[in-house]
Design a protein around this ligand. Structure first.
Ligand SMILES: Cc1ncc(C[n+]2csc(CCOP(=O)(O)OP(=O)(O)O)c2C)c(N)n1
Length: 359
């Protein structure tokens, strides 16, 4: 089992109490200044992107569902730092951060959110349905838990093709009690598939606390009956995430089968933009924001490592410009042509009209 931090912490099984305990950061070797600066940049990029997406939604420029990732940035950024080119990523509908961490262009992601032609799905997918073969990002899935079996299938394909790629399959603690998750665990363990399962435990599935949805209190051990090793990780500490992910990915890549990481994290915003958030107190959210924020945590560590305030400011300014460009690009991009309704519907070249006509 990977020890993502000091073992004393593991002694107290981390029950997701309704009252949030502001856990102390774990001691890890650390990324070093240059890599931590990169992580800082990537987390700030996701945070600012999501804030702007929230604004555009409020202005009526984004239709449909929109699930923001604010608060959870350290998870995707830390895991991504442990991956190699060619590794695949798949996740749920709370996916903008995963796309940006995978290297997808913020302009294309924002244009998809606004339903425009230059979006990753040509404006036809929206927030929950974006993909990039180039960056090995396989979505963006609106059906809770669906990506777990697909991500396991990606790992099967890697095994079948004899490559050394790892499939990183993210899902929430709400999804973690689903039947298909355990079917996936079984086949992954049986066939020793190279899949890293990452449970993003942000404590709530819509308005339901994990205490009310899961009889398991240490989700990292949910694969134990199949012999899948697991670890709980402080998901608010990008360095702890990277360290745990690096060990887990090495396990998968070495042909030793799947691995399960439970990231203890928190979302600051509602489940989606239409969440009245009556299931938790403002104080609970505020406590996490002020005491456990992943960006602030990295910032403090960077300053302790000798980074200059000006250096961090320069990163923040560059991100601000990039997000402004993405928002401008998204609004300037044209609406999809109505003829697009007939494209990308089927995988083959056969025109949809021919299929309808029985051709
Ligand atoms: C099969 C299915 N059941 C129910 C829903 C409705 N639903 C959407 S999100 C969600 C909560 C999932 O929570 P979690 O897996 O913890 O992910 P989070 O939203 O916290 O990222 C539910 C029940 C759905 N989309 N799909």
């Amino acid at each position: 089992m990977v020890q993502a931090g000091k073992s004393e912490r593991g002694a107290k099984t981390a029950r997701n109490d309704a009252t949030v305990t502001a856990e102390k950061p774990q001691a890890v070797a650390g990324l070093g200044r240059a890599a931590l600066l990169r992580a800082y940049h990537d987390m700030v990029l996701i945070r600012r992107f999501e804030e702007r997406a929230g604004q555009l939604y409020g202005m009526g420029l984004i239709g449909g569902f929109c699930h923001l990732y604010i608060g959870q940035e350290a998870v995707v950024v830390g895991v991504q730092m442990a991956l190699q080119d060619g590794d695949q990523v798949i996740t749920s509908y709370r996916d903008h951060g995963h796309m940006l961490a995978a290297g997808m262009d913020p302009r294309g992601v924002m244009a998809e959110l606004t339903g425009r032609r230059d979006g990753y799905s040509h404006g036809k997918g929206g927030s929950m349905h974006m993909f990039s073969r180039e960056k090995n990002f396989f979505g963006g899935h609106g059906i809770v838990g669906a990506q777990v079996s697909i991500g396991t299938g990606l790992a099967f394909a890697n095994r079948y093709r004899g490559n050394d790629r790892v499939s990183v399959t993210y899902f929430g603690e709400g999804a973690s009690s689903q039947g298909q998750v355990y079917e996936s665990f079984n086949i992954a363990a049986l066939m020793k598939l190279p899949v890293l399962y990452v449970i993003e435990n942000n404590k709530y599935g819509m308005g339901t606390s994990v205490d009310r949805s899961s009889a398991s209190h240490d989700l990292s051990q949910n694969g134990a009956p199949w012999g899948i090793p697991g670890a709980q990780v402080d998901g608010m500490d990008v360095e702890a995430v990277q360290a745990a992910a690096a060990a887990a990915v090495a396990h998968c890549r070495a042909g030793r089968g799947p691995y399960l990481l439970e990231m203890k994290t928190y979302r600051y915003r509602g489940h989606s933009m239409s969440d009245p958030a009556k299931y938790r107190t403002r104080e609970e959210v505020q406590k996490m924001r002020t005491e456990r924020d992943c960006i602030e945590h990295a910032r403090q560590h960077l300053l302790a490592l000798g980074a200059a305030e000006a250096e961090l400011k320069a990163i923040e300014e560059a991100v601000k410009t990039q997000i402004q460009e993405a928002a401008d690009f998204a609004q300037a991009s044209p609406e999809p042509d109505p003829a697009e309704l007939w494209t990308d519907v089927l995988a083959s070249d056969v025109a949809a009209s021919d299929v309808v006509a029985g051709a």
